[in-house]
Ligand binder design. Structure first.
Ligand code: ATP
Ligand code: MG
Length: 262
């Protein structure tokens, strides 16, 4: 059965989508079967995987409202297949913004994604969920479906402040809705070792969270930022870039992590 991970941080622009698509591509590259779920109405992870969000027949919206199954709604990306790091994609677009309102009325509204993913869990090693920058009902669906949360963060002063809200939400979900849920780890992203403040925050993180901080560090790397405009994760777009190599390392670290989870 697949291990399911949410990539979450309610702060915007911290590298959630970059982490999701590059980890998915890195895992595919080392032979893992991966489904990537785009749970953000912005649809960045969908586009960044080479799938046109405007042309999708079904999206995660239909899955949440039970008008399509995951098997009906998932797609593959030709670009990823050409680059030899293919993963399946459950895409999203602006329609998903409506789900937030429509779901309020329905039963088991926070467990919809969990139920839908259970039907395909046997087909994958990893399911990765890209969350929107909010602690919303959509993110709650992600947290209820997951075994673990990966928290990408920049090593900046305010990063630590936002973290306590996220940690509290995860504790509440763990206590009330999903006792499997844990923070798997904090991933330091867009890291620049020349900046002293980043080194200091990184040291604080390690002192505070210990082995919950992943060993792999993702450097600030322009190739990772350029890749989405080509409809590819950096790992597929320029495998030799430092950022891409770091994400392949991170994929291997995740494979090791799930061994210890079993
Ligand atoms: P949102 O909250 O809007 O969903 P996000 O948390 O998903 O944002 P991303 O879209 O992944 O964040 O990243 C924000 C910006 O930073 C993007 O322009 C992305 O290309 C860039 N970026 C992310 N990681 C890196 C990196 N390691 N090096 C350089 N640029 C990066
Ligand atoms: Mg995003």
């Amino acid at each position: 059965m697949a291990k399911i991970f949410c990539v979450a941080n309610q702060k915007g622009g911290v590298g959630k989508t970059t982490t999701t698509v590059n980890l998915a591509a890195g895992l595919a590259k080392v032979g893992q079967r991966v489904l990537m779920v785009d749970l953000d109405p912005q649809g960045n992870a969908t586009m960044g995987s080479g799938v046109d969000k405007r042309k999708l027949q079904h999206t995660v919206y239909d899955v949440l409202l039970e008008s399509a199954s995951v098997a009906e709604a998932r797609v593959k990306s030709e670009r990823l297949q050409e680059a030899n790091c293919s993963y399946d994609i459950l895409g999203s677009n602006r329609d998903l913004a409506g789900a937030e309102v429509e779901l309020v009325e329905v039963e088991r509204r926070e467990k919809r994604l969990k139920q839908a993913l259970a039907e395909v869990g046997g087909e994958y090693d990893f399911i990765l969920i890209d969350c929107p920058p909010a602690l919303s009902l959509l993110t709650l669906n992600g947290l209820c479906a997951a075994h673990g949360v990966i928290v990408p963060m920049q090593c900046e002063y305010f990063a630590l402040e936002g973290l306590s809200d996220l940690v509290n939400t995860i504790k509440q979900v763990h206590a009330n809705l999903n006792k499997d849920l844990e923070i798997i780890g904090l991933l330091r992203v867009m890291f620049d070792p020349r900046i002293t403040l980043q080194q200091n925050v990184s040291d604080q993180l390690k002192a505070h969270f210990g082995d919950k901080v992943f060993n792999t560090v993702i450097p600030r790397n322009v190739r990772l930022a350029e890749a989405p405009s080509y409809g590819l994760p950096g790992v597929a777009f320029d495998p030799s870039a430092r950022g891409s190599q770091a994400f392949v390392e991170f994929a291997k670290e995740m494979v090791d992590r799930i061994e210890t989870m079993k």
